[in-house]
Design a protein around this ligand. Structure first.
Ligand code: SAM
Length: 317
């Protein structure tokens, strides 16, 4: 936050290095923490719930592609430290290209993949992988990876796309990278903050910010929401403390049409949860992943934390 706060002693730095570099520096600095420490975290259930959502989404689209072909190639755009590697392994894909703006994250992602590969039992399948550091809002990725053009069956962009909505050019370049090399019938899937919800909460607040003691969102001003560059500072305990941009979804949908895309579906996390939890397998996965059932009533769930605060934070977010 210190580096990014416009009221700080060095506000010019951001303009000099650009938001992308500030975001990369932030993610590079994030430390990987062990399982034990993670389970004590106040956002343990929130993380697990997000992870469950990604697992179900990724699994669903792998299944859709697999109905048509067996060898699946995926682009993980904004892969971070490789939080989704296991999901790709479970999906038995053939090839994965991982890319992120943060070079240390890319290295950690690669190391995680190598470790995973080394742990594979004899005859156990793991995909081939490539790792690329690049700013997907500025660099054309297709010149950097070693796969034929129009070969991705899925581009997955999890909690990343909102960084691109700084300018039209950046948002469009990220879309080009996401959709430009999809094979016909391929899918662009992702998760991104809900701008309608953010603005609703801001408008309900008496100040330029809202949140609780786990997360906060601070806008520069209320009432004006430009289509691009509508920046807010997002703070989430232990994870993020970076500038992000509102993504106006109807505009994203229009822009994606230019890249030959048609909307399959868009859901809020709540809608997604309510639909997918009807499936027994997804319900069991939620249990195994120790995710809360965030939208069920407190007493109904055996999974809820014995610390009610955790539940409240997860629900709030
Ligand atoms: N997708 C991963 C996951 O779900 O675990 C990481 C999500 S993390 C919230 C956001 C990621 O987006 C960070 O790793 C960050 O470095 C990456 N990112 C932000 N701006 C980017 C850009 N312009 N190009 C590529 N990656 C970017």
């Amino acid at each position: 936050k210190r580096k990014l706060d416009p009221e700080d002693e060095a506000p010019r730095k951001i303009h000099e290095i650009g938001h992308g570099q500030a975001v990369a520096a932030h993610y590079n600095e994030l430390q990987e923490v062990g399982l034990e420490k993670r389970s004590q975290s106040r956002i343990f259930y929130l993380r697990n719930f997000n992870n469950w959502t990604k697992s179900v989404l990724i699994g669903e689209f792998i299944d859709r592609v697999r109905r048509k072909k067996s060898d699946i190639t995926v682009l993980d755009l904004g892969c971070g430290k490789g939080g989704d590697l296991l999901k790709w392994k479970k999906g038995r894909i053939k090839k994965l290209v991982c890319t992120d703006i943060a070079d240390i994250s890319v290295q950690q992602c690669k190391q995680r993949y190598e470790d995973m590969k080394a742990r594979c039992r004899y005859n156990e399948h793991i995909f081939d992988a490539e790792f690329i550091q690049a700013d997907s809002t500025k660099d054309l990725l297709s010149s950097k990876y070693n796969v034929p053009h129009t070969c991705f069956d899925i581009c997955s962009c999890q909690f990343v796309y909102h960084y691109s909505f700084e300018t039209y050019e950046q948002a469009d370049m990220m879309l080009k990278n996401a959709c430009g090399n999809l094979s016909p019938g391929g899918y662009f899937i992702g998760t991104t903050p809900n701008s309608f919800e953010l603005v609703k909460r801001l408008e309900a607040s008496e100040t330029n910010s809202f949140g609780n003691d786990v997360y906060s969102v601070k806008f520069e001003k209320k009432g004006e929401y430009p289509l691009f560059g509508c920046k807010y500072d997002f703070h989430l305990e232990e994870v993020v403390d970076v500038p992000e941009f509102l993504v106006y979804f109807p505009l994203l949908e229009q822009m994606a049409k230019k890249h030959g895309m048609k909307l399959v579906y868009k859901m809020t996390f709540r809608e997604f949860y309510e639909e997918k939890i009807k499936n027994e397998e997804h319900k069991m996965l939620l249990r195994r992943m120790q995710a809360l059932e965030p939208y069920s009533t407190f007493g109904d769930s055996k999974l809820v934390s014995d610390k009610p605060d955790d539940y409240e934070h997860a629900k709030e977010f």
